[in-house]
Ligand binder design. Structure first.
Ligand SMILES: [Mn+2]
Length: 336
């Protein structure tokens, strides 16, 4: 069993933060991007930051490798988010949100040519520091906390629309303020967002109470096949393309499925397998805390946090399942 990871901010964080403010203040033309299959943290940050920069009179373009999932359709300015890879236009400043390396953005920007300055904002432990400015803070529960600090540093007049983005970022990355990364600081920021007019019940409804009925049927079908190892401390289940077809649900409806299995008493690690349209396998890991699933994910070529990690494997579901479960078993119970 692993010790709880001790997380620290980069020792140079404060200097880097001051440089980020200077770079943003000095330039006028920005491109924002986040990782492939964007999540609430990346998208919420893009929403808030692009509104803030636009409000400061700057030109902002948001480009992601994948479309915004329907779940985030309530984000105020999400219609302005572009989807492209191999985007070739040059911008003065590129801001990467939550990308451990530039490749994780899915080829949206070639940083050697696409921008003069690159601000790299991330709260994951492993980050290649590919930016010209690197804001790496694993003590932040979400990149949304870092972006909030930036808005304050920029003396931005924050409004309710920007607050919705930051709230989305923090709420989704913390399992709605439940996970280990949550601090007093998290709640202090949320308090300020509520003061700006964000209603927590509205946010909860948007994020968790708009499940399409197809998604519910898919969950029921998938949970019927949940399996546990002999010690009952590893649980897993899958969604196949056939299940998606049978229920009419979307791949994005599976986003929180893995948490149902982590919630089972005695389960240390939950694993969810999604067969993608291309015949690959997308894997999500969740840990109760004693096991660092980011180590397993990284061994397989993915990444993440101690309690939430993932990887996309090119092999089909059954092969991926066998390989992944062997690795998990080794890590959890120390045997082949
Ligand atoms: Mn995040």
């Amino acid at each position: 069993m692993m010790m709880e990871q001790r997380l620290e901010r980069d020792p140079v964080y404060d200097q880097e933060f001051a440089r980020a403010i200077q770079v943003i203040e000095k330039h006028n033309d920005f491109i924002l991007t986040t990782h492939i299959n964007p999540d609430g943290d990346g998208l919420g940050c893009e929403s808030a930051l692009s509104l803030a920069l636009t409000g400061m009179g700057k030109k902002v373009t948001v480009v992601n490798a994948n479309a915004t999932p329907a779940l985030y359709s309530f984000l105020p300015n999400r219609d302005s988010f572009n989807v492209a890879t191999g985007y070739s236009q040059h911008h003065e400043v590129a801001i990467f949100l939550e990308c451990p390396d530039e490749q994780r953005a899915g080829g949206v920007i070639d940083i050697s040519r696409g921008a003069s300055q690159v601000i790299n904002i991330d709260h994951h432990v492993f980050n290649s520091r590919f930016g010209t400015v690197n804001l790496i803070d694993p003590t932040a529960a979400a990149a949304g906390e870092q972006v909030w600090d930036l808005l304050e540093g920029l003396k931005c007049q924050c409004d309710k629309l920007m607050a919705i983005g930051i709230y989305t970022a923090i709420a989704t990355d913390t399992g709605h303020f439940k996970y280990a990364g949550v601090t007093a600081r998290t709640h202090q920021i949320i308090a300020q967002l509520v003061e700006l007019g964000v209603r927590p019940n509205y946010m909860n409804e948007q994020l968790y109470e708009r499940v399409p009925v197809e998604g519910l049927h898919l969950l029921a079908m998938a949970l019927a096949w949940v399996r546990f190892n002999a010690r009952h401390n590893v649980g897993w289940f899958s969604v196949t393309q056939d299940m998606l077809t049978a229920t009419g649900a979307q791949e994005s409806n599976t986003e929180n499925f893995v948490n149902y299995v982590r919630a089972v008493e005695g389960v240390e690690v939950a694993v969810f397998f999604l067969e993608t349209r291309e015949g690959k396998t997308k894997i999500s890991f969740r840990s109760r805390g004693a096991i660092d699933v980011s180590i397993i994910a990284r061994q397989l070529g993915g990444g993440g946090h101690q309690r939430a990690a993932g990887v996309l494997l090119s092999e089909p579901l059954e092969l991926a399942q066998a390989r992944v479960l062997t690795e998990v078993e080794k890590r959890v119970n120390g045997k082949e």
